[in-house]
Write a protein that binds this ligand. Sequence first.
Ligand code: CA
Length: 234
Amino acid sequence: MIYGQTDVGNVRPLNEDSFYFESTPKGYVMMVADGMGGHNGGEVASQLAVESVREYMAQEDIFSDPEIALRRAVKHANDAVYELASKKESLAGMGTTLVLAVGNEKSVCIANVGDSRAYLVSKNNIRQVTKDHSFVNELVKKGVITKEQAKNHPKSNIILKALGIEPEVYPDIFLLEKKRTDKILLCSDGLSGLVSDEEILEVMSKFNKKNACMELVRLAKEHGGNDNITVVIG
Ligand code: CA
């Protein structure tokens, strides 16, 4: 089973995150998109990205070669967001992150653009699979600031890659073997910015997937809820 939850948080007037998940006999698909842009551009971009991936999935078999399918699905979504942003003046400059996972009990393929995240969570361990395409993560990689300093950095909202901004975008792709009991967690930065990896692991080890989603959203809000919060666990 997969569960997902989204919440506007404590501060923002709109929820610009979108998510989707689906289980089929062949495997599952799950995704989180976190939009940005003036007016309602963020909402439009994240919803359109998710819809475009679903549209792609409805036409193509994504399970036979997930890596190729994910690259094509991301391209399809990028085309759709980029095209609408170019056509409609009020939506100019809109974009969205996208983290997208396709898998089964034994393996998972993840595509990522932006700073939404995928984690692999086992009984006693949590591992961030994706790398944030963010300004602060570049500073961390270069050793300019520590991971701890990155957390409350004033420029933590600057992302270096997003869907819909350029005519082409190339996602990072991660292929993982997993145990049947391992879980995949996708989230927007409204969760990962406020709830530590250790807290996520603790919640995941205590609660079932559905209650873990609720508890993680509650924790993010308790810690300030300064952004939209989305979490999907499969
Ligand atoms: Ca966000």
